[in-house]
Design a protein around this ligand. Structure first.
Ligand code: ARG
Length: 302
């Protein structure tokens, strides 16, 4: 593990490559709602019909730009075994739609490290995901001990490279990465988060390609920013108002060119275009009421 207190002793040209991860997993929003408050954005009444239509459109946009899109139906794979230890029904897990937090794929893409949620409210979710993974053929690895690890919400693969960026400090415990690095078979560069508005790495850091990252500068320590600057040629900054308004940085560059991002972020779109990308705005206003947008709603596996 490389500590974010000093820039990583790695050069871009020597970072090893890894096979592409090109399966986008979405979880159907059947039971989505805002019924508790575990991040500062949460609040308001969700319009279920509107949430469904926003999610349907997000799915169609993904189907257009991603290699493969798979939908996890919480009713089909989520039914817990009667009397089993993992007994929370999907109807009692309103944040299950945020696929990013359920796990994190290994470098070769054949297996997944199951998340261990930091909050009791979401603790029942990874069991549903693990059942689905086994049913469709991914091996599932569990972290030893009791450290919190919120999957791809905090751990992000460097595009094309065998290197993981690991956010910690709000939800995920830094110590989780000692084990994650071994399980996924890649070094981890940690990035400390301390501001609740940036409760997951994927709301303030979005690597777009091997050489370009989108970041919210206010979210990082000086050392964290130095690590990012050391390993990307170009860093595009998201204005704070858009990062904390419609969660502009919670976006996804699916194919090296098209960047799916929350609608309502004109300045971020302008900066993306200036850097050579094509923004694809998608309305995610209902999911914003839970503190999430495009990237939280999807998980990329091998
Ligand atoms: N309400 C959810 C939570 O606070 C939102 C999760 C968003 N996911 C993400 N990857 N940022 O946990």
């Amino acid at each position: 593990m490389y500590d974010d207190r000093a820039p990583p002793p790695l050069d871009r040209p020597t970072l090893p490559r890894r096979p592409a991860h090109d399966t986008v997993v979405l979880v159907a929003p059947t039971y989505f709602g805002v019924r508790y408050r575990i991040n500062p954005y949460m609040g308001g009444r969700v319009d279920a019909a509107r949430a469904r239509s926003e999610w349907d459109r997000l799915r169609r946009v993904y189907e257009r730009y991603a290699e493969r899109v798979v939908v996890l139906d919480p009713d089909r794979y989520g039914t817990p075994a009667p009397g089993g230890a993992d007994h929370v029904p999907p109807a009692a897990l309103p944040d299950l739609v945020f696929a990013a937090n359920l796990g994190f794929p290994t470098a070769d893409g054949g297996a997944v490290v199951r998340a261990r949620m930091a909050t009791d409210e979401r603790a029942g979710e990874p069991a549903h995901f693990a059942r689905w993974c086994r049913a469709v053929g991914y091996e599932v690895y569990d972290l030893p001990g009791d450290v919190a690890f919120e999957g791809a919400g905090d751990a992000v693969w460097h595009p094309g490279r065998r290197l993981v960026w690991g956010g910690h400090g709000v939800r995920t415990d830094r110590a989780a990465y000692d084990d994650v690095a071994g399980l996924v078979d890649a070094p981890v560069v940690t990035l400390e988060l301390s501001d609740d508005r940036f409760y997951h790495l994927d709301v303030c850091f979005a690597p777009l390609t091997e050489s370009t990252a989108l970041v919210v500068p206010e979210a990082f320590t000086e050392a964290g920013r130095a690590s990012i600057d050391a390993l990307f040629d170009e860093v595009v900054e998201v204005p704070l108002a858009e990062a904390t308004g419609d969660l502009a940085c919670n976006c996804h560059c699916v194919d090296g060119e098209h960047v799916l991002l929350a609608a309502g972020n004109p300045e971020t779109e302008r900066r993306l275009r200036e850097a050579g990308f094509t923004p694809v705005p998608v309305a995610t206003g209902e999911f914003r009421k839970a503190g999430g947008s495009v990237r939280c709603l999807s998980l990329t596996l091998g």
